[in-house]
Design a protein around this ligand. Structure first.
Ligand SMILES: Cc1cc2nc3c(=O)[nH]c(=O)nc-3n(C[C@H](O)[C@H](O)[C@H](O)COP(=O)(O)OP(=O)(O)OC[C@H]3O[C@@H](n4cnc5c(N)ncnc54)[C@H](O)[C@@H]3O)c2cc1C
Length: 408
């Protein structure tokens, strides 16, 4: 007979959004179980080549969760963003630079290697969470008062709230019957990192070409950057097949010499560019966070920032219910969470969709519109500051873990 473990909250998925959610929820003294395969260590041959540019509010959350200090040696401050139109279009937009100092900030946030972030969060989860089940959930069944999760080796966990943080192919979303819409762009992105001759000086550089873009983001090494190279799917597949020297040469050409000679290039991986949005962030005894709820094109560095805001907001909603002695998986809690997240998720998902279409399109009138907007932003500092603030702050109040000083 298999023994059933009982818990208040079961977080499914040990990616960055799930780990942050589990740690945030456990601060409220709730019984939290984390379920999902342990992330591979960086010392193993690990292929998450992505980095995450995290905004100041996300960094404040990592500080509050007690993981940022360990990450600091591997985090690079983002001091400026330079946008260059390299499309060769007749209506070329002027270069544009957003500087954090214009908002009287030292940095917009930090760029952190994804695998380092997940490793630090997982170490914290192992040290602080009472229940870890390091395997996949295979089945979820609901009754009016609980959800029953089961998986490999026949383990069973009964919980009042399921937090679905199980990424793009979320079984939590499917089990709760939450539909999702999807948009494909026929494009893909390569994520890798490289060293270069010129120092990056904390500046992220976006070069927009016809139908694609390439963005460098500073790493902790002054002469190292991560890069996201977006193009037609067939072209990305061709570039992925190139030998190391061919790839280096292609990258050098693509970058137009912006960071000087390209030196060593790291492991590469590619990702399809899609936008997927769940119709609701909640279903039967289920709240979705991170990519289980929304996938954004990797333009504008919003994806994980949005996932962390989900995690911090859910912790606030559960905390309010606990103070009233309530059930964390009740409709009241779930509806409050859905309401609190809707506007931020909708505006970011569709905002990034619009930005992606305009940046990745070769359509001349769109180039003209982009040129006019860039010109306006160049000559109007108040408009530039407004755009920076919109990029940094959600349209709704920040959840408590993300407020400056939440960690002190
Ligand atoms: C090229 C690229 C660059 C990006 N750059 C940025 C950036 O600069 N800034 C930013 O904010 N965002 C960025 N993003 C987005 C960011 O990487 C993602 O939002 C983030 O990694 C998603 O985290 P997650 O925890 O939601 O999902 P995942 O990392 O996919 O984690 C899901 C977890 O669930 C587990 N799982 C799956 N199924 C089950 C199951 N049945 N049972 C239990 N566990 C399960 C998996 O093993 C995994 O550990 C980028 C994305 C790409 C593609």
């Amino acid at each position: 007979m298999v023994e059933t473990l009982h818990t208040d909250i079961a977080v499914v998925g040990a990616g960055p959004a799930g780990l942050a959610a589990a740690l945030a929820l456990a601060r409220e003294d709730a019984r939290v179980a984390l379920i999902g395969p342990a992330p591979p260590l960086r010392s193993q041959q690990f292929l998450d080549t992505r980095t995450a540019a995290l905004l100041a509010s996300s960094v404040d959350m990592l500080k509050a969760l007690g993981v940022f200090e360990a990450l600091l040696p591997q985090a690079a401050p983002l001091k400026a963003i330079r946008i260059i139109d390299a499309s060769g279009s007749l209506l070329r937009a002027p270069d544009l630079e957003f500087r954090a100092s214009e908002l009287e900030l030292e940095a917009f946030g930090y760029n952190i290697v994804n695998s380092a972030l997940v490793e630090a969060l997982y170490a914290r989860a192992v040290a602080t969470l009472p229940q870890l089940q390091p395997s996949n959930v295979e089945r979820i069944e609901f009754s009016p008062t609980k959800a029953m999760l089961s998986g490999e080796d026949g383990w069973r966990i009964a919980t009042r709230l399921v937090v679905g943080a199980d990424g793009r192919n979320s079984i939590c979303r499917k089990a709760a019957g939450i539909p999702a819409s999807e948009q494909r762009y026929g494009k893909a992105a390569i994520a890798t990192s490289f060293t270069h001759r010129a120092p990056h000086q904390g500046v992220s550089i976006e070069l927009h070409r016809r139908g694609g873009s390439i963005t460098t983001v500073p790493l902790a090494d002054e002469r190292g950057s991560s890069v996201i190279w977006i193009d037609e799917t067939a072209e990305i597949e061709r570039v992925m097949r190139l030998e190391a020297t061919g790839f280096e040469h292609g990258l050098q050409l693509r970058l137009d010499g912006v960071l000087g000679q390209v030196r060593e290039v790291g492991a590469r991986a590619h990702f399809p560019i899609v936008r997927r949005a769940a119709e609701s962030l909640v279903g039967r005894r289920t709240a979705l966070v991170g990519e289980a709820a929304h996938i954004l094109p990797p333009i504008g560095a919003q994806g994980l920032n949005l996932g962390l805001r989900d995690a911090a907001t859910l912790a606030d909603c559960v905390s309010a219910a606990r103070k009233r002695g309530g059930d964390p998986g009740s409709d009241d809690v779930l509806n409050a969470y859905d309401r609190a997240r809707k506007l931020d998720v909708l505006t970011r998902t569709y905002g990034i969709d619009l930005l992606s279409r305009s940046l990745l399109s070769g359509f001349l009138p769109l180039h003209a519109a982009r040129g006019i907007v860039s010109y306006g932003l160049n000559v109007l500092p108040p408009l530039r500051r407004l755009v920076m603030r919109i990029g940094m702050m959600p349209p709704t109040e920040l959840p408590s873990l993300m407020r400056p000083g939440a960690h002190s």
